[in-house]
Write a protein that binds this ligand. Structure first.
Ligand code: DHB
Length: 396
């Protein structure tokens, strides 16, 4: 067997999605070197359809660090959103209530912007690696081993290792179960997601409650739209023709007096979801960030926003750990990140349970949900909570 080629760096990052790349970008701005590896190719990551909403602070982070050119020119600033229920559309004005906006900008494009920025800076980012494993994570010199496309063996030796490798995280699986606690929540629903070629059906997003189940009307561009409707986790995509999808979506939004502009459907998929939190987000000299440490249900689009909030705190605490030789800074990362993670879990759970048709729902359940939604939109305090949580709590 040929010898491993060894690279030494301060921070080794497993996962080249938005969390891993943003961390590498933020560390570079602090003068800290890192190496990023990902088993997926750049193309593969770019083909993944993800949510489309960026919180105010996520956009601020992109702006402050010089990667906001496209989000600001091509993204769509939304100063509010609609809640549709009880036969009507209700507007929640984020600007008025929370003094903030969100941006509709596909999260895949955030990946493209970050990948371009890292490439332009000559960063060491290796996509498409194989046989990745992590070693000595509790020691002074943790390492990542992998093979490149030619089958040659490599090792990245670092001071700190970061698992930003998504919900199936190999880094998380490398932690002995007795060293962490995992909190999980299963939901008895999933989303049927479509992409279609049609003009926008609304100027902002519509979160739609109906007796038939939840629907979300989102957008991508002037000519491409993204919509979802609540379905069974075992729903068969092939059982849904375009006609059947449109009639289901129209029935759900029609219950609240809205009508969608239809067009050819170019993508269909079922998204299953659950809540998951790992505590602490540190094991020895390895930390977890983004989906590797926590997943949320999609209602409210918190996933990527949480990942970016994680790495903002992580860059700061890693700098302290490296310059002051203070490993305890990693505990502070976990504490600070988890505070936001749990609040986002609550928000995503709340939005999900308020808007989705419960399993075996009866008239009582549906009327109670409509009453809850009325309580939110008729109260300035209720609407303000939603606006603050949706646009994102200030990082601090
Ligand atoms: C989108 C996804 C979400 O989960 C959400 O809450 C809002 C928008 C989207 O894909 O556009």
């Amino acid at each position: 067997m040929s010898a491993r080629e060894v690279t030494t760096t301060s921070v080794g990052i497993v996962g080249g999605g938005p969390a891993g790349l943003m961390l590498s970008h933020l560390l570079a701005r602090r003068g800290i070197d890192s190496v990023v590896v990902d088993h997926r190719s750049r193309d593969e990551i770019e083909q993944t359809v993800r949510a489309g909403i960026l919180e105010a602070d996520s956009v601020r982070l992109l702006s402050e660090t010089g990667v906001s050119e496209r989000v600001l020119s091509e993204g769509d600033r939304h100063g509010g959103t609609y809640l549709a229920f009880g036969g009507e559309l209700h507007h929640i004005d984020f600007q008025e209530l929370a003094g903030a906006s969100v941006w509709l900008y596909p999260q895949t494009e955030v990946f493209v912007d970050l990948a371009d920025a890292r490439a332009a800076a000559g960063a060491d980012v290796r996509f498409g690696v194989g046989d990745t494993s992590v070693h000595d994570v509790t020691g002074e010199r943790p390492s990542i081993r992998f093979t490149d496309a030619d089958g040659s063996a490599h090792e990245i030796r670092c001071r700190y290792l970061v698992g930003a490798d998504g919900s199936h995280s190999l880094c998380r699986h490398a932690i002995p179960p007795s060293e962490i606690r995992q909190y999980r929540k299963e939901y008895p629903f999933a989303w049927f997601g479509i992409l279609c070629e049609a003009p926008k059906s609304a100027p902002e997003l519509i979160y739609n409650h109906s007796d038939r189940g939840f629907a979300l009307i989102s957008q991508r561009t002037e000519t491409t739209q993204r919509m979802y409707f609540q379905c069974d986790p075992d729903e068969d995509v092939d059982a849904w023709s375009d006609d059947r999808i449109w009639s289901e979506l129209q029935a759900r939004v029609g219950a609240n007096g809205h009508e969608l502009t239809e067009g050819p459907i170019t993508g269909k998929s079922v998204l299953r979801f659950r809540s998951n939190v790992v505590e602490p987000m540190r094991y020895g000299n390895m930390v977890l960030a983004g989906d590797a440490a926590h997943t949320v249900p999609p209602t409210g689009a918190k996933g990527l926003n949480l990942a970016l909030a994680d790495v903002r705190v992580l860059a700061e605490t890693l700098e302290r750990a490296l310059t002051d030789r203070d490993d305890d800074a990693l505990d502070e990362y976990s504490r600070r990140a988890l505070d936001r993670v749990w609040r986002s879990q609550h928000f995503s759970y709340w939005m999900t349970s308020m808007l989705h048709r419960p399993l075996a729902a009866d008239e009582f359940d549906l009327r109670r949900q409509v009453a809850e939604l009325h309580s939110v939109v008729r109260s300035t305090a209720g609407k303000t909570y939603l606006a603050e949580a949706y646009t994102g709590w200030p990082s601090g």
